[in-house]
Design a protein around this ligand. Structure first.
Ligand code: BGC
Length: 757
């Protein structure tokens, strides 16, 4: 200190001398504000200084918005339109938690209440289809910056429920059917969000894989299988993204509600995964005080969605009576504060700031451009070139905008809803089309073409309009949403529409805007299909760029597209025909054989396999080699070459097969790498397969076990398009249940009705 002062001028020295007593007293009175201490130390110091009521305040979250059905008026400090609010403790310098949904951007409850409007990324499933963690990170960073600039410090993002059933209405919010791909992509989004010194969640923990009866259904799954599927996706996401919070789900898992489930929360999440942050409940997912507190829930969210303020007075009483240990009560508060310190929430308070909508739209567009999957392209129909002079656009309001998924994650974009008034207009709607018109974007790329639009409601009229065109672009959609599941069939007679148009014009392209896999009974008659998902705020431009070859498609499916619902593990959706509120069980007896693993194990032929995606160029692979490492991981090496005429991005996928009968399925995705190559260029690629992907989890022995024997690696462009294989011998090995890669340890930064809001 003396050395520093000597170098300073007189004025500065006086200023410091005057300031010192104050800072000394702050350091003494608020030692947790000392940024040189660890988040753990800081949280412990702060909790030591907290009164019982202050601890109670921090473990209890409110819905942020007035809520008429419950005659609820938001508490002071909450911002109307927001998902959640946890008051702060000004005495201690701890600010409130302002919580916003969700994974594609800053969402608004009950309509477009929050100004300014926000940028929406493509759906989570779309981002997973990029197979590019950098894209996911950039998107996360962008939406996290909008959250911060809008005054939010907790983003309820990071949905990573495994896609077990294509009919789940929330599939669009998640990362697909494979634990490695989903965990990697969603974890990268989380890391991007948190790079803004705010907290992200990951959710909905766990096995919340269908919306039907979500408040009460019981998801039954073998615990070992869960560790190799749903829970592994969470584990990968947590290791990669280090989220400050995990949101426990509505449903029961193996008989016990997820938010009071000792196995899920204490044993697996906080035990084996080593999760140091806090568990918050989903909005209305708490059913008890003592079991919830003891079994791992740290913060009740969204009151009044729960039937009672379980973590309010009842918790105070339970602690006073010694039914919930005081140490556990402290642990709840400590975990919350630890995350607030660790992620910069307390040191960098959020403040409203302008949003650069143009720059953010470009981030969203870049994601959509890598997310779209070219499923089929016969005779090189795409990309469209200057020879295309008469273009007919049909369906899905393609003259006005692009569709988005519904529910609490709904983002309201600049320009607001391009197609207002579609049903449902109330919860879980409204149906929102982002005002990014594919038609306008196509017109900009083809200024000399005559472009017409037909709404597609009458297949015959659409076919007539298409007949004389150089190309017919048929936009097909399915709106899906939180709180409802959907059949895999396109609604509103769209199958008949595309079939009629394709019969009238051989140059027909289908462009899909949807939440997840749908059936395509017309596939053999339509030469080109582009899966655009819900493509986000700039989706119209992205679609145009892809159709006209300004951008080369590089998305690959993060999910199997079944040929029929009869191929699913449960051909009839569980809960079908039951009255709302009637309890039922979903038996996930396929265990870890989810998606392509199920299809491979059963020898089923899907419509499109997991990992599939075409390009306007082609790729070739050099030989594949594999080495076993002492920790059980496997290193694979190969080269990728662009063998075509255009620059393009390949998604090289390495699958791992175990000796017969060891894995749940013939192969598991072990590693992947996206590579961007000029024509003729090649790149050497080295990837490492995590030992847990070579292992089988043994719940009774509580460990990962790698069976000795010869393992096969398969390199390909999809799970069914294998180009090269290699073998590697693995010695038998066991890993503790809490095994984690080194770097993860150090990674930075009675039935209730559906709510209407
Ligand atoms: C959803 C969560 C969401 C929460 C807050 C719940 O209905 O399941 O995903 O974060 O509401 O809006």
């Amino acid at each position: 200190m003396i050395r520093t002062l000597r170098g300073l001028g007189m004025t500065a020295a006086i200023a410091i001398a005057v300031a010192m007593p104050a800072s000394v007293s702050v350091a003494a009175s608020r030692p947790w504000m000392n940024t040189s201490l660890s988040p753990d130390q800081r949280a412990h110091l702060a909790v030591k200084a907290m009164t019982r009521d202050e601890k109670l305040r921090i473990v209890f979250g409110y819905f942020g918005t007035d809520f008429e059905p419950k005659k609820y008026t938001a508490v002071p400090g909450a911002v109307q339109g927001t998902a959640g609010f946890v008051p702060g403790i000004p005495r201690l310098g701890i600010g409130p938690q302002w919580e916003t949904d969700a994974g594609v951007g800053v969402a608004t409850q009950g309509g477009a209440k929050i100004k300014p409007p926000h940028t929406a990324l493509p759906s989570g499933l779309a981002t997973a289809a990029t197979w590019n963690p950098d894209v996911a990170y950039s998107g996360g960073r962008m939406i996290g910056s909008e959250a911060r600039a809008s005054g939010f410090n907790v983003q309820l993002a990071g949905g990573v429920n495994l896609l077990r059933d294509p009919r789940n209405g929330r599939n669009f919010e998640y990362g697909g059917e494979d634990p490695l791909l989903a965990g990697t992509m969603v974890g990268s989004t989380i890391a991007g969000i948190q790079s803004n010194n705010i907290i992200s969640t990951t959710k909905h923990y766990a096995v919340n894989d269908l919306e039907t009866g979500r408040f009460y259904h019981d998801a039954r799954i073998d615990p070992s299988a869960a560790r190799m599927s749903d829970l592994l996706a969470f584990q990968f996401a947590i290791e990669r993204g280090n989220p400050g919070s995990v949101m426990c789900a509505y449903n029961r898992v193996n008989g016990t509600y997820a938010c009071e489930n000792d196995w899920l929360l204490n044993q697996v999440l906080k035990g084996d995964f080593g999760f140091k942050g806090y568990v918050m409940s989903d909005w209305g997912a708490v059913h008890s005080t003592e079991p919830s507190a003891k079994n791992g829930l740290d913060q009740e969210s969204g009151y009044p969605f729960d039937d009672a303020p379980y973590f309010g007075k009842p918790l105070a009483d339970a602690v006073a009576a010694g039914k919930v240990p005081a140490s556990r009560f402290d642990d709840m508060a400590t975990r919350i504060l630890r995350s607030m310190f660790a992620h910069g929430v307390i040191d960098n308070p959020v403040a409203k700031a302008p949003i650069d909508t143009a720059a953010n739209a470009a981030v969203s567009r870049a994601d959509a451009e890598q997310a779209a999957v070219l499923l089929k392209n016969e005779r090189g129909l795409l990309p469209l070139g200057p020879e295309v002079r008469r273009i007919v656009l049909i369906g899905s309001y393609a003259d006005r905008g692009v569709l988005s998924g519904g529910g609490s994650s709904q983002v309201y974009p600049e320009g607001l809803n391009a197609v207002p008034g579609l049903q449902p207009t109330g919860w879980p709607g409204p149906v929102v089309y982002f005002p990014s018109s594919p038609m306008k974007a196509i017109q900009a790329l083809a200024p000399n073409a005559a472009i017409t639009f037909v709404d597609g409601k009458d297949p015959t009229a659409a076919a007539r309009a298409a007949a004389g065109a150089d190309v017919a672009l048929v936009f097909l959609n399915q709106w899906t949403s939180e709180s409802i599941d959907a059949p895999m069939v396109l609604p509103d007679n769209q199958d008949a529409l595309i079939a009629a148009v394709a019969a009238a014009n051989p140059h027909t392209v289908a462009i899909l805007e949807n939440g997840g896999p749908v059936l395509m009974p017309w596939i053999d008659r339509v030469p080109a299909v582009l899966e655009a998902w819900y493509p986000g705020s700039a989706g119209g431009e992205a679609i145009a760029n892809l159709l006209f070859g300004r951008v080369n498609p590089s998305g690959h499916l993060p999910v199997t597209f079944p040929a029929s619902e009869s191929q699913l593990p449960r051909p009839v959706r569980p809960g079908t025909g039951l009255a709302d509120g009637q309890m039922f069980t979903i038996d996930y007896s396929e265990g870890a054989a989810v998606g392509y693993k199920w299809f491979d194990a059963k020898g089923l032929q899907p419509l499109f396999p997991f990992g599939h995606g075409l390009s306007y160029t082609s790729f070739g692979y050099g030989p594949l080699s594999a080495t076993a490492n002492p920790d059980g991981s496997i290193t694979a090496r190969f080269t990728v070459r662009n063998t075509g005429q255009r620059r393009g991005m390949d998604v090289a996928q390495v699958y791992l097969s175990a000796p017969a009968g060891v894995f749940e399925a013939p192969r598991r995705l072990g590693a992947f790498q996206k590579v961007d190559l000029e024509p003729g260029a090649s790149q050497a690629v080295t990837v490492t397969i995590d030992p847990r992907l070579a292992a089988v989890f043994d719940e009774s022995a509580h460990q990962w076990r790698i069976a000795p024997g010869t393992y096969r690696l398969s390199l390909g462009e999809s799970s069914r398009d294998i180009r090269s294989t290699a073998e590697v011998a693995l010695p038998g090995l066991t890993l503790p249940a809490n095994w984690r890669p080194q770097q993860a340890a150090a990674a930075s930064p009675p039935p209730r009705p559906e709510r209407g809001r």
